[in-house]
Design a protein around this ligand. Structure first.
Ligand SMILES: [Mg+2]
Length: 269
């Protein structure tokens, strides 16, 4: 008995210590997909030369399609409609900033970031928009940044000398997130030759409103001939309508509930 106590006590102590160590520091239990996952997706956007190549691929195709459009007659002035965030401005430092604090996207933190006007540009973007402007094609920046973010946004665009970075060409979100009425507003006076975006709702009202993953995929199939033609898509692994759909477009889920939704949506073998 005495020997048992002498031997058992250190063993119990060892188990207790290793148990508490496991629960507090285990990379599995502490890892949160939706928050820490943004570090991984941001790493790709910041460091993978493949991401740069994808952006160049998008902007090279855009230029090709623009040149084709310029050969066609047009009764109205030509225009390009482009989104801003993750279409030509890189906000991955914001995602990293949030994730390192254990936080997901927050409206107030986002506004703080955009007010700094320091987002860098994506590879190939600036030269494309400058080329379009040199060919007398107007550029309309249709974004879901809010009116309160106007000054910071204009400052960010002007910092890199984006063409037509003025109040007439920057069309922010006023009430609805749908960009359809804003696209129609431009289409009333211009021939829209190209749309650029990272989110499907940047292209068509087909993707507006809460849409399921299956509905989004069906919409892409329906418009399949437009991609790489009038619709130029930039990759965004960090966020977007695709992520909202995973959560059932429910914006009040906790990070833990989001993690469950992510796991439930994944396919393994
Ligand atoms: Mg965007």
């Amino acid at each position: 008995m005495r020997y048992f106590v002498i031997l058992a006590f250190p063993l119990l102590l060892l188990f207790a210590c290793s148990g508490s160590k496991h629960s507090s520091n285990s990379p599995v239990s502490a890892y949160n997909i939706v928050i820490d996952g943004k570090l991984w997706s941001s790493l790709f956007e910041q460091k993978a030369a493949e991401y740069r190549a994808l952006c160049l691929q998008a902007y090279n195709i855009a230029r090709l399609r623009l040149d084709e459009a310029l050969l066609q007659p047009s009764s109205k002035p030509r225009a390009i409609i482009t989104d801003i965030d993750e279409t030509f401005l890189d906000n991955s430092p914001f995602s990293v900033h949030q994730a390192l604090q254990g936080k997901d996207y927050e409206v107030a933190a986002w506004a703080e970031w955009t007010a700094k006007a320091m987002a860098d540009t994506l590879t190939g973007a600036l030269s494309f928009y400058n080329y379009a402007a040199s060919r007398n094609v107007e550029i309309f920046y249709i974004t879901n940044r809010r009116e309160s973010e106007k000054d910071g946004t204009l400052q960010n665009l002007r910092r890199f000398h984006f063409p037509l970075a003025d109040e007439q060409h920057l069309i922010l979100r006023k009430d609805v997130s749908s960009k359809e009425s804003r696209r129609q507003q431009v289409a009333a006076t211009h021939e829209i030759v190209l749309f650029l975006g990272d989110n499907l709702a940047d292209f068509s009202s087909l993707f507006d409103g809460p849409k399921t993953t299956a509905e989004r995929a069906a919409g892409v199939q329906q418009l399949s001939l437009e991609f790489g033609k009038r619709f130029i898509v930039l990759p965004n692994t960090n966020y977007g309508g695709w992520e909202d759909a995973i959560y059932g477009n429910n914006f009040s889920l906790t990070p833990q509930q989001k993690d469950s939704a992510i796991k439930n949506n994944l396919k393994a073998y």
